[in-house]
Design a protein around this ligand. Structure first.
Ligand code: IMP
Length: 174
């Protein structure tokens, strides 16, 4: 039975991180309108917290990309399984993601979205594992850097489980 009870980042620290990121976004986009694009399913909880702390006018949309499935290693192949519903030309777009690991997913999304000629395009990620990077990708807004461990909770899953854990935990497979 999988158990995931070793807390890596407690909920209080996550909450402060969301405050920090929202404050930066509020300052950077003052007087502008932004489109927040959440990457389902992992970013749902982060986006829900973040968007309620954003004071600039915002709209929201969601995409679905291929993910790990039941493995803890990425295949390196990204598929856009559900696109956003609107044209982003001339809009200020922020992609909201749960975690950057190899960077392959966000690097792919950056190419796809920048080709659509938004007014600006930035990446906001709750967590980052910089030691795992295989491509050149740095999130514009980065919450908390973590070591190379497979984590669950705060929206992140293993085989679609543990997304509801309020803290970020290291997956314990004992
Ligand atoms: P990347 O393309 O390797 O950067 O992987 C990004 C995606 O892999 C994230 O959006 C997550 O869905 C998933 N992922 C990466 N690391 C973890 C982890 O530690 N726990 C759960 N999912 C992860």
């Amino acid at each position: 039975m999988y158990n995931s009870n070793e807390v890596l980042i407690p909920r209080e620290e996550i909450n402060e991180m969301v405050d920090r990121l929202a404050a930066r976004i509020n300052a950077d986009y003052a007087g502008k309108e932004i489109l927040l694009v959440g990457v389902l399913k992992g970013a749902m909880i982060f986006l829900a917290d973040l968007c309620r702390k954003i004071k600039v006018t915002s709209t929201m949309d969601f995409i679905i990309v291929s993910s790990y499935g039941v493995e803890t290693q990425t295949s390196g192949v990204v598929l856009l399984r559900k696109d956003i519903d609107e044209d982003i030309e001339g809009k200020h777009v922020i992609i909201v993601e749960d975690i950057v690991d190899t960077g392959v997913t966000l690097s792919y999304l950056k190419n796809v979205f920048e080709a659509r000629r938004p007014a600006s395009f930035r990446i906001c990620a709750a967590f980052d594992k910089p030691s795992r990077r295989t491509v050149d990708l740095t999130p514009d807004y980065c919450g908390i850097q973590i070591p190379d461990k497979f984590v669950v909770g705060y929206g992140l899953d293993f085989a679609n489980m543990f997304r509801n854990l309020p803290d970020l935990c290291v997956l314990n497979t004992d």
